[in-house]
Design a protein around this ligand. Structure first.
Ligand code: PHE
Length: 346
């Protein structure tokens, strides 16, 4: 009998060492201490003994039973710890210090330049307005002094919708709506508005022509607004964008909605004015058409031209972005080519 108990003890220790889970531990408990367990059987076997033998054997079996019970209880905590550890190892873990694979997007080069100019003008008290892309012929042409059959319409052929509306050919299409929205300026409070927008023209596309491009237009209307105001704001705009004091020159230019009208050229940044292929050897780059708002346009906008004057300019935003970033092909802007477009950061 004693030998048997010794073997049972060895067997138990051996099996306990192999246990990995709570279920396995429970199986061992049943196998040794359960109703038909090995130790329980030994207890039953005591029936066959008598006297002193029964007493010693009984003590031995109970001792083994206690040892096994103890061992199972203390092993329980070991197992729990093991299982917990396993759970941690298999759980999803997050390491916030690992660089993300998802790249943040970048701003389109046109958006960067647009925002930069908006910021400059906001500090000078300009309001930013949004114009419609689908416009009436009236707003796009008539309201800016380009009546039906005027030859200036030829230069701005565009896309006509079935309902007679058109895709706007220039940001000037918003002039009339804006004048009507804000009305005649109060004394000492000129109306100062900036309205960037997407424009469309029926163009044969090549490196410098697109059917979809961006302009940024500005208007200032009030008492005694003159060409000097116009030149001042244009110089601030250009020197902030190009980060240097730029030389400008005004040439006469014709646009039906301004009188007088100008083409504002800037001194070529590439050659410093000596002449190079970029400026076609003239030393000047044509950048900013502008002028004093035509009395007809003010009148159609509900503003008395005998009382108020104003200037307007129409900056080619796409063109400016090309110059600023030295982009040679206008088609890049609408290409969706992220590899190239994301290179522009400021
Ligand atoms: N709207 C003109 C164009 O697209 C530009 C312009 C705007 C000229 C304002 C003068 C004043 O060609």
């Amino acid at each position: 009998m004693l030998e048997n108990l010794e073997q049972l003890k060895l067997k138990f220790n051996h099996e306990l060492n192999l246990v990995e889970t709570r279920d396995e531990l429970e199986k061992i408990r049943v196998a040794f201490l359960g109703k038909k367990g090995l130790v329980t059987e030994e207890l039953k076997n005591l029936r066959n003994l008598s006297g002193e033998d029964k007493k010693t054997a009984g003590m031995q079996v109970n001792k083994l039973k206690n040892e096994i019970e103890q061992a199972i209880v203390s092993y329980q905590t070991v197992i729990e710890e093991k299982e917990y550890q396993k759970e941690i190892e298999s759980a999803e873990c997050y390491d916030y210090s690992i660089p993300s694979e998802n790249e943040a997007g970048t701003l389109h080069p046109i958006t960067i330049v647009q925002r930069q100019i908006e910021d400059i003008f906001k500090t000078m008290g300009f309001i930013i307005e949004d114009g419609l892309e689908v416009q009436t012929e009236y707003n796009n042409f008539e309201a800016v002094n380009i009546p039906k059959n005027h030859p200036a319409r030829d230069m701005q052929d565009t896309y006509y919708l079935e309902n007679g509306q058109i895709l706007k050919t220039h940001t000037s299409a918003a002039q009339n709506t804006i004048m009507r929205k804000y009305g005649a300026p109060k004394p000492g409070e000129p109306l100062k508005v900036l309205f960037p927008g997407r424009c469309f023209r029926n163009e044969n596309i090549d490196a410098s022509h697109e059917n979809t491009f961006f302009q940024l237009e500005g208007m200032m209307i009030g008492d005694d607004i003159s060409i000097s105001n116009l030149i001042y704001f244009m110089k601030v705009l250009l020197s902030e964008v190009f980060k240097r004091d730029v030389k400008v020159r005004l040439r006469p230019g014709f646009f039906p909605f301004v009188e007088p009208g100008f083409e504002l050229d800037i001194n070529c940044a590439i050659c410093g004015g000596d002449g190079c292929p970029t400026c076609k050897n003239s030393g000047w780059l044509e950048l900013l058409p502008c002028g004093m708002i035509h009395p007809n346009v003010l009148r159609m906008g509900g503003i008395d031209p005998d009382r108020y004057t104003g200037f307007a300019f129409g900056l080619g935003l796409t063109r400016l972005a090309m110059m600023k970033y030295n982009i040679k092909d206008i088609r890049l802007f609408n290409s969706g080519n992220l590899k190239q477009l994301k290179q522009f950061t400021n």
